[in-house]
Design a protein around this ligand. Sequence first.
Ligand SMILES: Nc1ncnc2c1ncn2[C@@H]1O[C@H](COP(=O)(O)OP(=O)(O)OP(=O)(O)O)[C@@H](O)[C@H]1O
Length: 332
Amino acid sequence: MIELKGISKTFPSQKGNQPVKALQNVDLHVAQGEIFGIIGRSGAGKSTLLRLVNGLETPTNGTVRVDGQEISQLAEKELRYARQKIGMIFQHFNLLQSRTVWKNVAFPLEMAKKPKETIRRKVDALLEQVGLSDRAQAYPSQLSGGQKQRVGIARALANDPKVLLCDEATSALDPETTSSILDLLREINRETGITLLLITHEMSVVQAICHRVAVMEGGQIVERGEVKSVFGNPKHSVTKQFVQQTEWMQSSDFPVQSTEKTRFHCSPDEMQDVWAKIGPAVQSGRVKVSVSERELKADGGMTFLIDGKREDVEQLLDSLHEEADLEVNVHV
Ligand SMILES: Nc1ncnc2c1ncn2[C@@H]1O[C@H](COP(=O)(O)OP(=O)(O)OP(=O)(O)O)[C@@H](O)[C@H]1O
């Protein structure tokens, strides 16, 4: 259903910087009806790959085919039509704030110039499907995050797409809401046979819903296969990191041997100050810091996991407390 062959994408240099090789020689095949996950760290090239699938970016080399149609070769008008068959949902929902829920879902149908009666029937059915019939006349600002994503899903399905692209669709949601949205996506996949391609930095999302997964790093797919075998027997260092991080997060007891491991959370506003303190400490090699994915979602902030000798960890925490004036919650 989705086929990428020999895909490279280089963004030209800007302000004297080097050109960015966002994707390098990527091959990918996603079968019809499959739920396929792409996982990778920030900057790995996930969004660029997704944007190539719906023609928002064109490849520097290679071909992108969706349902047999070569997306990378379509003229603007044909591309607009092809995009109706490729739905997309986003991390921050991208709803039209001035339109009601009902009108948001109707929007792509209006764009496709569907008759009024068809629109009415379709929108009502979609709202029923995502469990939002009773909020049809509400505005996005009156909805919870999970409800907003349900509107996003209904809108993405309006033109009966064959493919649904999910761009970090649950990253802004709390764990419980994430789980209900993933359940809904799984149900839609089962009932309609729609192909799902989702990008995420959360291994738990891939484990919950995907049949197969590809791990990306540095613009390349470094590992791929069935979810269980990739995560059960990780080969590449990035995959190993995802697995270790998840195991670490799931364990209530942090392994403390010759090192201490500490976690603390910071809100989006505090992020810049935190990075300014953490960067030099990490570069000095005294501590290792990783980011926990689970709490990343709750308020858009991040939970950091610090690993190092007790005195070095304490020194970093002290500097975070004192100099950056942060409210640091530490759990050892
Ligand atoms: N329009 C652009 N112009 C220049 N460079 C870009 C552009 N879009 C992406 N890049 C670069 O391409 C690389 C891959 O970015 P991309 O957004 O695809 O990664 P990602 O895995 O989705 O990361 P994130 O999870 O942070 O969004 C990065 O180095 C990024 O800075």
